[in-house]
Write a protein that binds this ligand. Structure first.
Ligand code: AMP
Length: 618
């Protein structure tokens, strides 16, 4: 897991800017801000009192889009044109989603033009970024309506396990919605911030954030020390949540009250059961029994029965907690604070199970649906310069660098560097008159780029003709606070330059990062000797090239013996390179150097004399 941290520092934006915090959720989204008078974070509320906007987009026949509650109505009547859970598709390829394609009632496709997944509505294709931007646009519109000012700056939250591609996709969705996304913040970090954890003066703490929503479960273990939040481990189940509790009730009622009904063939009965089940679940968060009516039949369930039905779901979440603790090398008694997030943590049995597991009182006073957005608002307030406490810093989990001669990895930003960060280094050409330079960007810890992961490649073109070694190409890496890398290359003598932004198509999972780190350790010895061989070979090849060029140009100036020994020495060096023997290559390179030096000096001397003839030396 990339360690993702938050540090305490001062923001530097204008006081008058309103910056909102946005929780772009799988099921619901909402927007929050810090009240200017009390400095308290609040969720923005419509006149109807609602804060949550269902993350649902419905497209009508003309391609017009509706978002939120009105769109939710179409989930049953027009499922093919109604998009829910777009967040699950962010930064994903069709291959990633193939196993889950039945989860979606709309058409998730691979349009063949790029690796990222799209959604087809009629004859139109939408990327998850566009779909999310519809939701963000709606949130922006609502905020502007409520606050009566233009809202153009936001902090948006993402799950801690989101990779670079998913974070970038979220940022792009914001941009598309007309929002300047100042920070992407981890949801568990935001939830902790909402409770004031992480403010100055707090001693070191270890925090567990238990987030059980409608369809997803996340557990994150964070440490907080000197104002820095660090994600130690995340675990969870992307298909586990309150919906499964509803389904458990539906199954129970089916068996009890409709044992012979064909639910699959009777969609409206299935739907009615589901609606009543959710109502029952919510009622049982306060009462000990629920009675309702489905298709004219009285249905009932006791709290005791409900608790029994959802026990397997609770057990699954606790298993994830165990795994997260294991990954963080901690035990439950080392957790100082447990923060509850997500609508399903209202279920008393959930609270009791979590309390018992960690042996701690819970942070659960804030509305669990709003707590992430409230924390995003706190972060926004910090960025606005109103709160002199915190600023997000991430740490890059793997080294970033470029390919140099012989396929070697030249690291510019080492792993575990705090970001934002900037690094630069100068390179030069290896051939005379070389007009272009290929800049290949890699991520990883191995010495040879072929063992690392390629992020991007571009050509710096238009370098004016110069002898090898003369151009000065400065390569700069700028890694921003969201982990997005900008690579620039500039030839300093001529000023030609080029920049690219690296948006990796596929991010890495925690396991892949771990594997890459492990591979670098197990291969460390082999890598060192490979690097030495590559370096010796590169030097030898340059020596061969220079010598051959010299022989061509000044063949007449050499004695027969000199020509013969040079040829033999060149051949010996070629053989050593072919034999991949580092020591032999170095020995033969030195020999060739010793043979050619005397006549090279002699020739250069006379060439210099020739050039100086008739010229005045001032
Ligand atoms: P979220 O994804 O965080 O918006 O969580 C929504 C989930 O919380 C849905 O499964 C809801 O049914 C559930 N939920 C909302 N209110 C309650 C409540 N009072 N008791 C139990 N579950 C609830």
């Amino acid at each position: 897991m990339g360690k993702i941290s938050i540090n305490i520092a001062t923001g530097s934006l204008l006081q008058s800017d309103i910056i909102v915090g946005i929780d772009l959720g799988t099921t619901n989204s909402l927007i929050a801000m810090v009240k200017s008078d009390t400095r308290e974070p609040i969720a923005l509320r419509e006149i109807d009192g609602l804060t949550l906007v269902p993350s649902v987009v419905h497209f009508d026949a003309d391609g017009g889009a509706e978002v939120g509650n009105p769109a939710k109505e179409y989930l049953i009547t027009d499922p093919e044109n109604t998009i829910y859970s777009a967040k699950r598709l962010m930064g994903k390829s069709y291959k990633d989603m193939y196993a889950h394609k039945d989860f979606f009632s709309y058409n998730v496709i691979d349009d063949g033009t790029d690796a990222l997944v799209k959604v087809q509505i009629g004859d139109k294709f939408y990327s998850p970024v566009e779909l999310s931007s519809f939701i963000l646009k709606e949130l922006k519109k609502r905020a502007e309506h409520i606050l009566k000012v233009n809202v153009s700056k936001a902090v948006i939250t993402v799950p801690a396990y989101f990779n670079d591609a998913q974070r970038q996709a979220t940022r792009d969705a914001g941009k598309l919605a007309g929002l300047d996304v100042l920070r992407i913040v981890n949801e568990p970090t935001a939830a902790s911030l909402a409770y004031g954890l992480g403010m100055k003066g707090h001693t070191e703490r270890t925090i567990a954030v238990y987030d059980l929503g409608g369809g997803t479960f996340d557990i994150s273990i964070l440490t907080l020390s000197d104002g820095i939040f660090e994600v130690l481990a995340t675990n969870g189940d992307t298909y586990l949540g309150g919906d499964d509790m509803d389904n458990a009730i539906v199954t129970y009622w089916k068996q009890t009250y409709f044992p012979t009904a064909d639910i699959a063939g009777n969609k409206s009965l299935g739907q009615e059961l589901r609606v009543a089940a959710e109502k029952a679940k919510k009622a049982l968060s306060a009462d000990s029994q629920f009675t309702g009516s489905v298709a004219g039949v009285e249905v009932t369930i006791t709290l005791e029965k409900f608790n029994e039905l959802i026990q397997p779901i609770l057990d699954k979440t606790l298993d994830c907690c165990k795994n997260a603790l294991k990954d963080a090398s901690l035990t439950a008694d080392k957790i100082d604070a447990v923060v509850m997030v997500g609508g399903s943590t209202r279920v008393p049995a959930v609270k009791n199970a979590v309390k018992a597991f960690f042996g701690r009182e819970l942070y659960d006073e804030l509305n669990p649906d709003e707590v992430v957005a409230l924390g995003a608002a706190v972060q926004a307030d910090i960025l606005a310069g109103n709160n002199t406490d915190m600023l997000l810093i991430d740490v890059t989990p793997l080294s970033l660098g470029i390919e140099t001669m012989g396929g070697l990895m030249d690291v510019l930003i080492p792993r575990n560097s705090k970001i934002p960060t900037k690094a630069g280094r100068q390179y030069t050409t290896s051939k005379d008159g070389q007009s272009g330079m290929r800049i290949s960007v890699f991520q990883g810890e191995r010495d040879l780029v072929q063992d690392n992961r390629k992020l991007a490649e571009f050509n710096l073109t238009g370098i004016p003709a110069m002898p090898a070694g003369l151009p000065k190409v400065e390569v700069t890496f700028l890694l921003d606070a969201d982990g997005i890398l900008k690579v620039s290359a500039k030839e300093l003598r001529s000023g030609v330059s080029q920049t690219i932004e690296v948006k990796p198509q596929y991010g890495l999972t925690d396991e892949q990062v771990e594997d890459m780190l492990l591979a670098s350790l197990t291969n460390a010895k082999a890598d060192i000797s490979t690097r030495a061989l590559v370096e010796a070979t590169t030097e030898a090849q340059q020596m061969i090239e220079t010598t051959e060029k010299f022989l061509k140009k000044y063949s007449g100036a050499l004695t027969e013996e000199e020509t013969a020994t040079t040829s033999a020495s060149l051949q010996a060096l070629h053989d050593a390179i072919a034999a991949k023997d580092k020591n032999l290559i170095q020995k033969r390179t030195e020999e060739l150097n010793d043979i050619s030096r005397p006549y090279a000096e002699r020739v250069m001397d006379s060439a210099l004399k020739e050039a100086m003839k008739g010229k005045k030396v001032i």
